[in-house]
Design a protein around this ligand. Structure first.
Ligand code: COA
Length: 252
């Protein structure tokens, strides 16, 4: 199916999805997802590489609009598959930039982000972006789309081990988590964990600024929006968040 598509949403609004290669003028528009925790904006790998995704891989970056306004986007890199999906998840997907610089032929895509504007969430936009991303990768002859998925409701139970959470299903056999469910419904398969997918390291002062919490004890800190606790070392003067994600593989 061509990547560019028009879909009528349950609200009656028309959603247009295209690649950034087709509509470069729409690239980089902010999508207001609301509630994205401040500390999540301070991943150093992302700071260095994420902005380059649109420029380097415009054929696997998508924008979704209603009435010409950007309401969603998806970013995926293209890389050479390794023997195993890496423990480093999101952060190791940036191998793609090294592969591109070396001129290596990619054989898989890896999704780094799918975002939907707050007022359009819950209408299946993310599922449509995911389907279009699968088609974009297929058009390029890539055999798989991988995704280090950040389950959307895991932050409500930071104490539950990710392994247990990711394996939890509803009575119909579908994943308990809505975002994992969307991936599985789109044809993805949960294949493992990326235990060190996304790191945020900062001084205690930085963590206090990002969260408004005291960070004054050597104990795990529950931070709103975090999928697991943040580890705090007062004597050393830093705290670190190691976010586990869930590897989903879409065979194309
Ligand atoms: C995660 C996200 C991309 C989902 O987008 P979306 O377009 O709302 O997703 P969908 O409409 O396809 O809904 C997916 C599932 O989540 C559920 N859902 C969506 N929004 C919801 C909400 N606000 N409350 C409860 N459930 C919700 C839907 O009902 C659906 O579940 P279903 O299987 O029971 O139908 C979007 O919420 C988002 O942009 N979040 C912030 C950024 C983010 O976390 N991105 C993913 C990691 S990169």
């Amino acid at each position: 199916m061509p990547v560019a598509r028009r879909i009528e949403l349950p609200s009656g609004q028309l959603l247009d999805i295209t690649t950034v290669a087709e509509r470069p003028e729409l690239a980089g528009a902010e999508v207001d997802v609301a509630g994205w925790p401040e500390f999540m904006r301070h991943n150093r790998v992302s700071e260095a590489y994420f902005w380059q995704t649109l420029e380097t891989f415009p054929t696997t970056c998508l924008v979704a609009t209603t009435d010409g306004v950007v309401v969603g986007d998806a970013h995926a890199v293209q890389l050479t598959s390794r023997a195993e999906l890496p423990a480093g998840g999101w952060e190791q997907a940036v191998w793609a930039f090294a592969d591109a610089r070396r001129g290596l032929e990619p054989d898989v895509a890896c999704a780094l982000n799918i975002s939907v504007a707050q007022d359009l969430q819950g209408q299946g936009v993310a599922g449509h972006l995911l389907a279009a991303l699968r088609d974009a990768a297929t058009d390029l002859g890539l055999g798989q789309l991988h995704a280090p998925v950040r389950p959307s409701r895991k932050h409500l139970e930071p104490g539950t081990p990710m392994q247990e959470y990711a394996a939890r299903t509803r009575t119909d056999g579908m994943p308990f988590d809505p975002w994992l469910r969307t991936h599985v419904r789109a044809g993805g398969e949960i294949v493992g964990l990326a235990p060190t997918s996304w790191l945020v390291a900062g001084s205690l002062e930085e963590w206090r600024r990002w969260t408004g919490l005291p960070f004054d004890q050597d104990a795990p800190v529950e931070v709103p929006g975090a999928l697991v606790s943040v580890r705090c070392d007062v004597a050393a003067g830093f705290a670190v968040y190691v976010e586990p994600n869930v590897w989903v593989r879409h065979r194309l």
